[in-house]
Design a protein around this ligand. Structure first.
Ligand code: URA
Length: 236
């Protein structure tokens, strides 16, 4: 981890103050004064400020059930940031692991552990994400097979990784609700919407139910910390 990040995570100092502290020689790493904010430090280094050892706060891992018309960004845009829903300290240290569109609802993971979130999002790690999708029309025959084989999305040169499509429409579901479950293991830009567009359909509503084995189990707009086992189940 960079020295400035380490100091930020182990004090209540603001980012500009941390930079000033480091550059003015107030931080020692294994007894040497280090003035380069980008200097890489490791867990077993002894890092001192004002004669005391600095110990970083433990990482935090949260799930959030995203409402519609909110954005997965640390700052507000056309809609408010989802971070407004979290009443916790040092929110600026958190980031969102795998964004959803403003009109998509459901499971979002939030953390300050960059390595953990990076691995969840890397397609090579094959972390599955399951979406409940409401479509404008019924599925045309052969869609599931095309999703399994992989589709070439507009403007891209590599086909999508195999995806699993399950039709959950029942006799009793009302006529407008063409619902399916789609499980994908990558996170390309607007991927689900573009996959259905590629087969002549349109996504009307999108809700992420699951990431790996973790299912969203809290009301819309609520959040909770993940358990240690849940964090481990998503550690690649
Ligand atoms: N795919 C989309 O098209 N939108 C999302 O928000 C997530 C996946």
């Amino acid at each position: 981890m960079r020295l400035d990040k380490f100091v930020l995570r182990s004090t209540q100092l603001s980012k500009p103050t941390v930079i000033t502290c480091i550059e003015s020689g107030e931080i020692r790493v294994n007894q040497d004064v280090i003035t380069d904010v980008r200097y890489q430090v490791h867990e077993n280094n002894y890092i001192e400020y004002q004669g005391k050892q600095l110990v970083p706060r433990p990482f935090r891992y949260l799930m959030f059930n995203k409402p519609v018309d909110t954005i997965c960004s640390n700052v507000d845009g056309d809609y408010p940031s989802i971070l407004h829903y979290l009443e916790i300290e040092n929110k600026d240290e958190l980031h969102i692991a795998g964004r959803l569109d403003a009109d998509t609802t459901g499971l979002v993971l939030i953390t300050d552990d960059g390595r953990w979130s990076f691995n969840i999002m890397r397609p090579e790690m094959q972390c599955e994400k399951t979406y409940r999708v409401t479509l404008a029309k019924a599925l045309i025959q052969g869609t599931a097979e095309r999703f399994t084989e992989g589709l070439l999305l507009q403007g891209e040169s590599k086909p999508t990784l195999p995806a699993k499509l399950e039709n959950i429409e029942t006799e009793s579901s009302h006529d407008a609700a063409h619902q399916v479950l789609l499980t994908i293991s990558e996170g390309r830009y607007h991927q689900v919407k573009r996959m259905f567009f590629a087969v002549g359909n349109k996504v009307k509503q999108l809700h992420r139910e699951k990431i790996g084995n973790l299912t969203v189990d809290i009301p819309t707009g609520a959040w909770r910390y993940l358990t240690i086992d849940e964090v481990k189940s998503l550690t690649y």
